[in-house]
Design a binder for this molecule. Structure first.
Ligand code: DOR
Ligand code: ZN
Ligand code: ZN
Length: 438
């Protein structure tokens, strides 16, 4: 007896679609195909609707431990699942930073108690912590090693010697915030005492290009998986495209670099690292997205309060929320014909699962975990306060045309959210860990 059969939906993968039933038993998809024989405790019709693997956002900053007034595992994971994100990977620039086994385990315990989404937890690359990074990410449960090449929010900045050591002595996926600290320092000196016209002028494309060139050098010396986070400029893309297929780089793009640019009147709400770029960079990212050069979409959900954002430019923290908007924005682009639903599934579910080694995630197939997002294509809406779910209560995307919330979101076979509301707040997600051993 199945727990649930989702009937007649259009089941989408990264490469195609089929009308099929999806049967679930005990949190697992146990059948996909024509109407199965045998009973079910519950049946849901998905006729005329898409059935997608739940989205996997491998780039969130949930601020727990450290700054629960901005976000914590409860508020962040609710925002995620209502928005169709059934798995999140949390970044290590929390307080304390996730650079020791104890800090990683403390964060995992917090997530286990409170996260409504499944969760992976990054280990932070830091000087003197390479052995622990090996233990946690190569051999243990961390989803990867996150490295900040340029200073951003929090104390995690890796010097070149540590970066080299991480490259040479670990095998796990490295995720990189690729802005060169040397270029950023030059710019700080150049702008000292003055306010740049936009944040992009203070952290120009050259910082990203310099960082990416160093990564390419290191990867030539020792090829190993590197996921470049939030690629934001045409110049970076050119460097990375030149080595695509030769070196094991994969690329993440963030919605704010696709939907927003530095000509928009966002003030500090649009202050983020790497910065919002000029429109030509944005166009280059869309072009790369449609050509299949970008692998994953990560929200880089990084909430700060309106009070903090109201400070003068040089004192306002960088970062903006967005985990709850990924589906709305991407499905909106699908609706407008800017990308296919298959490509959206690849970017937001299938590719993240494959690259991070989450073997049971990212696909609607027999044996996979029953993390699902169901939606009926509908007219777009101007995103408004109704869509904002982060604890900080604002979004830089208001007014952008997007798809309303998913109709239904299942985590581990349980219906947890529907049409913008939590319907089951008692279910807890589970830790996801890389299945591959390197
Ligand atoms: O703008 C940013 N905010 N960039 C980062 O790298 C970190 C993030 C944050 O945690 O606020
Ligand atoms: Zn970053
Ligand atoms: Zn980030």
């Amino acid at each position: 007896m199945y727990d649930l059969i989702i009937e007649d939906g259009t089941v989408v993968s990264g490469t195609g679609r089929q009308v099929a039933d999806v049967a679930i038993e005990g949190g697992t998809i146990t059948y996909v195909g024509p109407r199965p024989a045998g009973g079910a405790k519950r049946r849901v019709s998905a006729a005329g609707r898409y059935v997608l693997p739940g989205f996997i956002d491998t780039h969130v900053h949930f601020r727990d431990p450290g700054h629960p007034h901005k976000e914590d595992w409860e508020s962040g994971s609710r925002a995620a699942v209502i928005g169709g994100v059934t798995t999140v990977c949390d970044m290590p620039n929390t307080s304390p930073p996730t650079i020791t086994v104890a800090a990683w385990e403390d964060k995992a315990a917090r997530a286990a108690a409170r996260s409504r989404a499944n969760y992976g937890i990054w280990f932070g690359g830091a000087a003197g912590q390479v052995d622990e990074a090996r233990r946690m990410a190569d051999e243990g449960p961390a989803c990867g090693i996150k490295v900040f090449m340029g200073a951003s929010t929090g104390p995690l900045l890796v010097d070149d010697a540590t970066l080299v050591e991480l490259f040479m002595r670990t095998d796990a996926l490295i995720g990189v915030h690729a802005e060169s600290e040397a270029v950023l320092a030059e710019q700080r000196a150049a702008w000292s005492g003055r306010t740049p016209p936009t944040h992009h002028d203070a952290r120009p494309a050259a910082a990203a290009v310099e960082a990416v060139r160093r990564l390419i050098e290191l990867c030539r010396a020792r090829p190993r998986p590197v996921h470049v986070c939030h690629v934001s400029t045409a110049a970076e893309l050119a460097e990375l495209e030149a080595v695509r297929g030769q070196l094991p780089f994969t690329l993440e793009v963030s919605p704010h670099h696709l939907w927003l640019d530095n000509t928009m009147p966002l003030g500090n709400l649009g202050k983020v690292n790497p910065p919002l770029r000029p429109p030509a960079d944005r166009a280059a990212l869309w072009d790369a997205l449609t050509r299949g050069v970008l692998d994953t979409v990560g929200s880089d959900h990084a909430p700060h309060t309106l009070e903090e954002k109201g400070r003068p430019y040089d004192q306002a923290p960088a970062g903006l929320p967005g985990v709850e908007m990924v589906f709305s924005l991407l499905a909106g682009a699908v609706h407008e014909g800017r990308l296919s639903v298959e490509r959206m599934v690849s970017l937001c579910a299938e590719a993240p699962a494959r690259l991070f080694g989450f073997a049971a995630k990212g696909r609607v197939v027999e044996g996979a975990d029953a993390d699902l997002l169901i939606y009926a294509p509908s007219d777009l809406v101007a995103l408004s306060a109704t869509q904002v779910l982060t604890r900080v209560g604002w979004s830089p995307f208001l007014g952008v045309l997007g798809h309303p919330h998913p109709d239904e979101v299942l985590v581990g076979g349980r219906l947890v959210a529907a049409r913008g509301q939590m319907v089951d707040d008692d279910a807890r997600g589970a830790l996801v860990r890389p299945a591959r051993r390197f």
